[in-house]
Design a protein around this ligand. Structure first.
Ligand code: ATP
Length: 752
């Protein structure tokens, strides 16, 4: 049943009035059960069905403001909102319905409690500082004890990264940092198969973070990703729901496979009707609580957030276990409407058990073209991407409905450069443009300084971003307050001058006792202290205590003239100095890539990456990014000044890009929940996708998510050397699927 006016090349894939739900969708839409669960394949219309169900609720009188749609990414929340708008042809209605990512929803609820807002940390590296602090607290405490415990504290980045990952899993599983009654650390260690020391640190980090009991006045000081969900879930358990949660009459969760025990706890409270009477609504007290209706839709094969506690066992065994079975219905959506029969066959081959069982059928007669392109090296792959895009556009394809999906952020260097050279506009989701990555910004900052041309880095935010990157790479300790507030505002007035001052006067000058002391203060505080000192000296002089005044002045002079550097600080300073000298001493036409390679080596950036980035995979990625940056200079084959100016042009092009006629370059995570007329997947080779050391199961799911984003045209770029082709591309059995689908003539590759 698919009499739909399909529009092919358009991101609006149906005409609002013409849309006809399938029988399966109608069954879900009209189902009267209180809890509806639909687990089915990618593109089978889950989000669409959620949108239909939401509209059905509105049609039957539910206030749109009493409807909540939760997803697990902001992009996916946008997709549902757009679907509601399209299906209902009513943007206002779509805006009235709350569509929001789960953790953002929890942040909003927690902020509504009137606490001061917690700092939201976005990277593992930011969390790392707090782990170190907690480890130092434990060490100090144990050192003070007569019989200190033997606790192995994490010191190196890799240990800290492992700690952060395990702590996330514990939080996803709602494990309180405090021991239960009669429980010992040893019990916990045995139960969860982790060392005892993990639980000591977990407890201390959470104490420092101050998750704060609801009855406690102390709010959390900071939250990293998913902490808000954990905090809210714990508060709900602790207060037995006697806190002001917003109430809804219908709740939908898309990407249900990403639920974990913590998010489930929040969901349970949202679905618990007895809360209304707790809030004292008179109507609720007389009539009894109104039931809250629920729909959840997901796909087990799309679990790519195992580190955040998503797992099939929980979903199959625990999710909804306490709901009365008569109220729960599990319905399915068996056909995909995103892509045609060939893709459906390929997906079945990729995810199947080796048998010929179809995992998913296509409900579309419309074909999905599949191409496999071979490349000699990554530079050639980027060139082939551009050729494919230009050809696609010539055939009437829309770039704003096209995505290049990347496995790893460093891969964007070649891709962005190739797009720029071809005059194609792009935007980025789920990662940063390589131009804004800290290692590249640090190099651009050094180039700008040595060449004495800060205009090569455009944008009002350049000052703070370049300085933050340089501070990071120079391992230079500066209070975060110094990068905010007045100093930056002043600096922005004349960034060139201030940048020179910053490098010359701060990073390249040996640190004195005074520098070290004020590095921990804000600029305002430093200036207050300086004024106070002057006033004190003047007052002493006025009152005739000249010796005391002289003593104060001498002490202050001593502090500002006595160098106090660690050997590491000295090494880093000298390395920076040598890098600047190297650029300044080079001939004006010396090739950029040769100089950059020397600068990267002089600064020892690759080894430093292992020290700076907590996650080893991140350190590896940074190293690859540095190589990619040098390679892109080599491809330009120009002087450093020309290269810096060329980077400026790329930067300006990216800043100017608007969604219209702009293709998307994104991570798999950001692509999840979205779909595109054309999808291009470059660099599909063993060790790259699947990435080395990644969980193979999750990696295969990641590949599945990436390929299933396509509607009409899929381009897979693989190496010429068959041995190096990604095993996932091989499992798609492209040629076989095309042959069986009766489209062998369309196969541009003999990939079996
Ligand atoms: N009844 C239908 N007729 C035609 N097209 C449909 C129908 N239902 C859904 N679609 C289309 O199928 C495509 C996939 O739908 P949707 O995004 O809802 O799938 P999904 O299962 O949520 O996908 P994923 O899990 O990959 O995010 C969309 O383009 C949607 O418009």
């Amino acid at each position: 049943m698919l009499p739909i006016n399909y529009r092919g090349a358009s991101s609006v894939r149906f005409v609002p009035g013409d849309f006809q739900p399938t029988a399966e969708q109608l069954a879900i839409q009209r189902c009267q059960n209180r809890y509806v669960i639909a687990m089915s394949a990618a593109g089978s219309g889950k989000s669409t069905t959620i949108a239909l169900k939401v509209m059905e609720n509105v049609r039957y009188g539910k206030d749109p403001r009493k409807i909540l749609v939760l997803t697990f990414s902001r992009e996916a929340a946008q997709v549902i909102r757009r679907m509601i708008a399209k299906l209902s042809n009513d943007a206002q209605l779509a805006n009235a319905i709350r569509c929001v990512a789960f953790d953002d929803f929890c942040v909003e609820v927690l902020n509504g409690f009137g606490y001061e807002r917690a700092d939201q940390l976005s990277s593992m590296d930011e969390v790392c500082a707090y782990v170190r602090k907690a480890a130092a607290n434990i060490k100090k405490r144990e050192d003070d004890r007569v019989r200190p415990l033997e606790i192995a504290l994490p010191e190196h980045n890799e240990q800290i990264a492992e700690f952060v990952r395990n702590a996330r899993l514990m939080k996803a599983n709602l494990l309180s940092p405090d021991l239960d009654e009669d429980e010992t650390y040893e019990d916990r260690a045995i139960r969860y198969g982790l060392p005892e020391s993990f639980f000591y640190i977990y407890r201390e980090v959470e104490r420092v973070r101050g998750t704060g009991s609801y009855y406690d006045d102390r709010p959390a000081a900071w939250r990293s990703e998913f902490d808000a969900t954990f905090d809210l879930a714990r508060m709900l358990i602790e207060t037995q729901g006697r806190i002001r949660m917003p109430t809804y009459e219908f709740v939908a969760v898309d990407e249900l496979q990403d639920m974990n025990p913590a998010s489930y706890e929040v969901l349970k409270w949202l679905l618990d009707p007895s809360r209304e009477s707790v809030e004292g609504s008179i109507a609720a007290e007389i009539l009894g609580p109104k039931p809250v209706y629920f729909i959840g839709a997901g796909d087990f094969d799309q679990i790519i957030h195992g580190w955040a506690g998503s797992n099939i066992r929980f979903m199959k065994e625990c999710f909804g276990a306490e709901w009365p079975s008569s109220s729960v219905v599990r319905l399915t959506l068996s056909s995909t409407y995103r892509h045609g029969p060939i893709m459906a066959k390929m997906v079945s081959a990729l995810m199947g058990d080796g048998s010929d069982n179809e995992r998913v059928r296509s409900g579309r007669s419309h074909k999905t073209e599949v191409r496999v392109e071979r490349y000699a090296d990554h530079g050639a792959a980027a060139g082939k991407l551009v050729t494919a895009l230009v050809d696609f556009r010539k055939r009437g394809g829309r770039l704003d409905d096209t995505a290049i999906i990347l496995r790893s952020p460093y891969q964007s260097i070649l891709v962005e450069n190739a797009l720029f050279e071809a005059g194609l506009n792009w935007r980025i989701e789920g990662m940063e443009s390589y131009l804004m990555r800290p290692e590249v910004l640090a190099l651009r900052g050094i180039m700008a300084f040595a060449l004495d041309d800060l205009t090569t880095i455009p944008g009002d935010d350049k000052f703070s971003r370049v300085i933050s990157s340089l501070l990071l790479w120079q391992q230079f300790e500066w209070a975060p307050e110094r990068l905010q507030g007045k100093y930056l505002k002043d600096a922005a007035k004349d960034p060139g001058l201030n940048f020179q001052h910053f490098l010359q006067g701060v990073l390249l000058r040996p640190r004195t006792i005074y520098d070290r002391r004020v590095a921990r203060l804000s600029w305002e505080r430093q200036s207050m202290e300086e004024t106070a000192l002057l006033e004190r000296i003047q007052a002493l002089n006025r009152s005739g205590q000249t010796a005391k005044a002289e003593e104060l002045r001498r002490r202050s002079d001593y502090e500002s003239s006595t160098v106090e550097e660690t050997s590491e600080e000295r090494r880093n300073r000298l390395r920076l100095d040598a890098s600047v000298a190297l650029i300044r001493g080079a001939a004006p036409d010396a090739p950029a890539h040769v100089l950059l390679e020397q600068v990267v080596a002089t600064l020892d950036m690759k080894n430093k990456a292992r020290l700076l980035f907590v996650d080893p995979a991140m350190a590896r990625m940074v190293s690859q990014s540095l190589d990619g940056f040098v390679q892109s200079a080599k491809r330009r084959n120009c002087s450093l000044r020309e290269f810096a100016n060329w980077l400026k042009d790329v930067d300006i092009a990216l800043r100017k890009a608007r969604p219209m006629n702009t293709l998307l370059v994104c991570s798999v995570e950001a692509a999840k929940g979205q779909e595109f007329e054309a999808v291009l997947l470059p660099f599909l080779e063993a060790g790259v996708f699947p990435a080395r050391d990644a969980d193979p199961h999750e990696e295969r799911n990641r590949f599945y998510v990436a390929v299933t984003r396509v509607c009409d045209e899929l381009t897979l770029l693989v190496p010429e050397d068959e041995q190096r082709v990604s095993p996932y591309v091989k499992s798609l059995k492209v040629a076989r699927s095309l042959r069986e689908g009766g489209f062998l003539d369309r196969c541009s590759d003999d990939n079996r």
